[in-house]
Design a protein around this ligand. Structure first.
Ligand SMILES: Cc1ncc(COP(=O)(O)O)c(C=O)c1O
Length: 388
C-alpha cells in the first residue's frame, strides 16, 4: 500500500479540518454514524466499532463467553491460515483452539475440511473461519452444516470486505463477523475494527464488553432491565456499575470520522481490486511454476492481495527474491500455517495434520493489491512473474 487512505489528499484535509473543529474526540456521534452507515453497507442489523480487528476478535469471543454460549474448555475451530490475533484470544479466554486445514485451491476452509476435523474432534463447539485474502470457502454450506450440528459459526472477515458469493456478502454467513480498518486493508481508519451481527443480545453484550463492562452505550430499555436485575436503583451509582468482564477497546471520533469518509469511496475500489487480480491471473495462465487459485464460486472477488502459489518451495524462494530485487514488498500467505508459529507451539501445541496449510506455508507468497496501482505497477509484477 502506498497511501494509508483512499482519496488520500482529500481525506487528510478533511481530517485536519475535523480535528480543528470537532467538539469532542472521544467516542461519540461520528462513531455512531459510522456504525449505522457500515451496517447499511454490509446489510446487517448491528455494527459495533472498536479500535482494531484484533479487538473485534477478542471482544466477540468474550461476549459469547459472558452470554454463556461458549464455556471455558470448549473447543473452537479456526482456519490454519489466519492472523495471530484471530487465534490468540481463543486460548487467552480459556477455550481450546483446533486448527482446521485450508484448501490450497482457494486458500480457505471448505465444508470438507471442517467435516474432516470434526471426525477427530466431534465435541467442537464453534468454528471461527477466516475469509482469506479476499477469497472465501463454501460459506453457505458451512453455515447450513454448523446450524444442523449446533456449532456456532463466526467469520473473521478482516481480509475479505466487499467479497460476495452468490448467496451474499462474506461477513453475513456467521452469527457474527469481524473487520479490520488497519492501513492496507480495504479501507483504513489508521487503526480500527468492526463486529457485525444480526443478533440483538450479542450486540448489546459487545457494547458492554467494548467499554469497561458498564451499560452506558445500551438502549434505555436495556439499561433499565440490567439495573433492575442487579438492584441498581441510584442513577449516581449506575454510571459506575460494571456488569460483565470487559475491556476498553473504544474507537475515537477520528476513527468514526475516517470510517465515514472512506466508506464513500470503498465500493468502487472492490471492482478495481478484482480487475487488478484478474489482470495478473490472465498473465499467469498456463504458467509452469504456479498453481492457479479457483474463484469460480465467488461473485465479487474483492482481492486483498495478489496471491501466488508456486509448485515448489525453491520456486517460491526464487520469485520472492525476484520481487524484492525489484522493490516489491512480499509476504507469506497471511503468516503461513499458524500451528507452526513459536507462540502456538509453546502455548497450545496440539498436533493436527494440516497438509493444505503446510503447502501454502512452503510455496505461497503475496504482494499488495491496491486500487491506485498503475499499469506500470501491474506490468512490473507481470515481469517479475516471467519464467526465466
Ligand atoms: C484475518 C485477520 N484477522 C485479524 C486481523 C487483525 O486486524 P488489526 O490489524 O486491525 O488488529 C488481521 C490483520 O491483518 C487479519 O488479517
Amino acid at each position: 500500500m502506498r497511501q494509508p487512505f483512499l482519496q488520500e489528499e482529500e481525506t487528510r484535509r478533511a481530517l485536519a479540518q475535523f480535528i480543528l473543529t470537532a467538539p469532542r474526540l472521544s467516542m461519540d456521534a461520528q462513531c455512531q454514524r459510522f456504525e449505522e452507515a457500515f451496517a447499511q453497507h454490509q446489510q446487517c442489523r448491528h455494527a459495533i466499532l472498536v479500535n482494531s480487528g484484533a479487538s473485534a476478535n477478542l471482544i466477540l469471543l468474550q461476549a459469547l463467553k459472558n452470554l454463556g454460549r461458549l464455556k471455558t474448555g470448549d473447543k473452537v475451530g479456526f482456519s490454519a491460515l489466519t492472523w495471530s490475533t484471530n487465534t490468540m484470544p481463543i486460548e487467552q479466554l480459556g477455550f481450546v483452539p483446533v486448527p482446521v486445514d485450508c484448501n490450497p485451491a482457494t486458500m480457505n476452509v471448505h465444508l470438507e475440511q471442517l467435516k474432516e476435523r470434526l471426525r477427530e474432534v466431534p465435541d467442537m463447539k464453534a468454528f471461527f473461519t477466516t475469509n482469506v485474502l479476499g477469497f472465501a470457502g463454501d460459506l453457505q454450506a458451512i453455515k447450513n452444516f454448523c446450524h444442523q450440528e449446533g456449532l456456532i459459526f463466526l467469520e473473521d472477515n478482516c481480509e475479505s470486505m466487499g467479497t460476495e458469493l452468490p448467496e451474499g456478502k462474506t461477513g453475513n454467513f456467521g452469527l457474527a463477523s469481524t473487520f479490520s480498518f488497519f492501513v492496507a486493508h480495504h479501507m483504513s481508519t489508521i487503526e480500527g475494527g468492526m463486529i457485525c451481527t444480526q443478533d440483538d443480545e450479542l450486540a448489546e453484550m459487545l457494547r458492554i464488553v467494548r467499554a469497561n463492562g458498564w451499560d452506558r452505550n445500551l438502549s434505555p430499555e436495556s439499561q433499565k432491565k440490567l439495573r433492575e436485575q442487579n438492584q441498581i436503583t441510584s442513577e449516581f451509582k449506575s454510571k459506575y456499575t460494571f456488569y460483565h468482564p470487559a475491556y476498553n477497546v473504544r474507537p475515537t471520533e477520528i476513527t468514526g470520522f475516517l470510517g465515514l469518509k472512506q466508506l464513500e469511496y470503498v465500493v468502487e475500489t472492490y471492482a478495481q481490486r478484482e480487475k487488478n487480480y484478474l489482470f495478473i491471473e490472465e498473465n499467469l495462465k498456463n504458467h509452469p511454476h504456479f498453481s492457479p487459485f479457483d474463484h469460480s464460486h465467488i461473485k465479487v472477488l474483492s482481492a486483498f492481495s495478489l496471491s501466488f502459489l508456486c509448485r515448489s518451495e525453491e520456486l517460491r524462494d526464487h520469485y520472492v527474491e525476484r520481487f524484492m530485487k525489484n522493490g516489491i514488498e512480499v509476504r507469506p500467505l497471511i503468516a503461513g500455517n499458524m500451528a507452526r508459529q513459536p507462540y502456538y507451539k509453546k502455548y497450545i501445541g496440539l498436533d493436527f495434520s494440516l497438509p493444505g496449510a503446510e503447502l501454502m506455508d512452503a510455496c505461497g507468497f503475496y504482494c499488495g493489491n491496491y486500487p491506485e496501482m498503475s499499469e506500470e505497477d501491474l506490468q512490473l509484477v507481470v515481469e517479475c512473474l516471467q519464467p526465466q
